[in-house]
Design a protein around this ligand. Sequence first.
Ligand code: NAP
Length: 249
Amino acid sequence: MKQLENKTAIITGASRGIGKGIAETFAEQGCNIAFSYASSVDKANALEKELSSKYGVKVKGFQSNAADFESSQKFVDDVIAEFDGFDILINNAGITRDNLLMRMNEQQWDEVMEVNLKSVFNLTKASVRNFLKQKGGSIINMSSVVGVMGNAGQSNYAASKAGIIGFSKSIAKELGSRNVRCNVITPGFIETEMTAELGEDALKKWTDGIPLKRGGKPEDVANACVFLGSDQSAYISGQVLSVCGGMLM
Ligand code: NAP
């Protein structure tokens, strides 16, 4: 049985990487998908076509900057008009602007906070009315093991990802009585373009420290999202689930 049949999900940042993996797995599980991206128009169009023809679900990509409050509101309004509401919101869009604090400039700090953390506020706030109308929903926010452990050279990124955890637990408390759940995933080292920038040495250092001795794949994160988005997790809210091969325990 398909686990997300008759459901609709919004996924931010699904033109590449983990978000794309989530879109593929959700489509396979019968979910209709509205996804956003920043600039990869061709990749987004290709994904839209591929998933709808392969799985027979409705898939639409929207070029929308998740860091912008008004664009996010418009994105959600457009999705409601097109899909007649949605059941799952996955705040996945994220960037890195790594530097040691000594060298980090204000722009690197601000961009990461806006794309990674403010976006979660923007999309969640824009979605509340929809979830109240639907009498329930599941919000899944993409943090990182770095938000729990910290990482030298990523103070901006770690702060944004730690902020997501505090935000999500607060939303779980605010909206629990309305049957809206909010959980966090903290991926470890997942093989995408974001991590491909690291050299061979850094890659080996990371995988050596992982009990399962390999980097994760977007599908590993996507499978956890299927669980948290489906009714299988109906009594789970305010939790942080680490998909990291045991790196964080
Ligand atoms: P990625 O391969 O760099 O993909 C990022 C996605 O986000 C792209 O679809 C990109 O769209 C979109 N995006 C970027 N800025 C955006 C904005 N302002 N508005 C809307 N969409 C935007 O990243 P990833 O590795 O898949 O990471 C996905 C999430 O997982 C991020 O939140 C990241 O922090 C988190 N994470 C990743 C890892 C890892 O090891 N990869 C580990 C822990 C956590 P365009 O294609 O148009 O640029």
